[in-house]
Design a protein around this ligand. Structure first.
Ligand SMILES: NC(=O)c1ccc[n+]([C@@H]2O[C@H](COP(=O)([O-])OP(=O)(O)OC[C@H]3O[C@@H](n4cnc5c(N)ncnc54)[C@H](OP(=O)(O)O)[C@@H]3O)[C@@H](O)[C@H]2O)c1
Length: 352
């Protein structure tokens, strides 16, 4: 019998997740929560722009709680711990890209209790885009003895990120550098990337009380740069780098970062993607070293990325593929380190 799944929210991640659920041989979509009033009561296929699929979206929490299901893929804009608790208490496993992938002990007691009451698990798939800065480095580390350093970084053209309000008002692109430096982005990212750093430190057994330091740097436009948030005039922020470093005995042992550029021309400093282009880089130093560059999670051009961003599809696929393993896990908050290897499934036309 396929596992019954409810999709929570139909934004970019949610819509991609519904497609992935429909293509997964062991999963069946049985419900869908929406925030937008104009989507309430509509067939989910219509919301996706396809033929009706016989699942009606609702914005009523009670209807979701009353729908028998094995799991909820929770992907709202703003996560609400109380909603997650209610879903868990109703006996539904929750898989999500919005956090809780390596939570600190504090603030999770209510969620742990809800898991026990419902006999289910909560699993956060990670950040950026769900794995590159914690799960993948840990997988690579299994081929290395005596690890001394781990690095994972994203290099992306931020012009393909289809959330202009976030890019302008939260990421602070197009603002004067001093405003961007005082903006909310470092604090917002910190809750996620600090979990990545701690997950690597804890799993590899590094000193458990390292200094974790953060840094932010910006490059400004030297000529007008056309972007989805409008023209970025000279002197305003057109590229940013955020980094987290864990320091043990004066040595950096973990370095996690994002490098977001509005293209790679007319920037000061003259940052660029280099010959490798947009990518994720993962590096593990030890005996032996390992270096991996991931391509494919970025759009070929930023117009395509605005329509359907591969990084978002990867985020959704990781959540969907995790569902059967999370359903089989012992109740509680379960990190990727505690689950078996999560794998995808063959294309529906190639299934045996
Ligand atoms: N881990 C990762 O690598 C990763 C990657 C990408 C995104 N994310 C996270 O995943 C979540 C979804 O991302 P997304 O790209 O799908 O975002 P999105 O396209 O902006 O969609 C979010 C959806 O949330 C619902 N929503 C809107 N306003 C809301 C509110 N005030 N309260 C609750 N729900 C609201 C809407 O659902 P309806 O349209 O159904 O009404 C909206 O479409 C975000 O929290 C994002 O930060 C994580």
């Amino acid at each position: 019998m396929p596992r019954k799944v409810i999709q929570w929210a139909t934004g970019s991640v949610g819509r991609a997740a519904i497609e992935c659920i429909q293509n997964h041989p062991d999963l069946q979509l049985v419900g869908c929560w929406v925030h937008s009033p104009d989507k309430d009561g509509r067939d989910v296929g219509e919301i996706l722009g396809t033929a009706p699929i016989g699942v009606t979206a609702t914005s009523k929490m009670e209807e979701i709680l009353d729908t028998p299901a094995d799991a909820v893929l929770y992907a709202p804009l703003l996560p609400q711990p109380r909603e997650v608790e209610a879903l868990l208490r109703s006996g539904k496993n929750v898989v999500t890209p919005v956090g809780w992938f390596f939570p600190e002990g504090k603030n999770t007691a209510d969620l742990e209790a809800a898991c026990r009451i419902g006999g289910v698990s909560l699993h956060g798939t990670g950040i950026d885009p769900g794995g590159a800065t914690e799960i993948f480095p840990l997988v690579l580390s299994s081929m290395t003895s005596s690890v001394t350093f781990v690095r994972a970084e994203e290099f992306s053209d931020i012009r393909s990120y289809g959330a202009p309000d976030v890019v302008r008002h939260i990421m602070m692109f197009g603002a004067p550098p001093e405003q961007a430096a005082a903006g909310p982005m470092l604090g917002l990212l910190d809750g996620g990337f600090r979990q990545s750093v701690r997950m690597i430190l804890d799993t590899l057994g590094f000193d458990d009380s390292p200094e974790i330091r953060t840094s932010h740097a910006a490059a400004v436009a030297t000529a007008p740069i056309d972007s989805p948030i409008g023209m970025i005039e000279p002197g305003l922020v057109a590229a940013q780098r955020f980094h987290w470093e864990a320091v043990v005995d004066g040595n950096v042992v973990v370095r996690i970062g994002v490098n977001w550029l509005m293209g790679s021309e007319n920037l000061e400093p003259a940052w660029s993607f280099g010959p490798e282009g947009q990518r994720y880089e993962i590096e593990v130093h030890g005996d032996p070293d390992a270096n991996v560059t991931i391509h494919g999670w970025h759009a070929v051009n930023f117009a395509d990325g605005l329509l359907r961003n591969p990084g978002i599809v990867a985020t959704a696929a990781h959540c969907v593929n995790s569902i059967p393993y999370v359903c089989d896990a012992a109740p509680g908050i379960r990190t990727a380190v505690e689950l078996p290897l999560v794998a995808g499934r063959a294309h529906p036309k190639l299934l045996g």
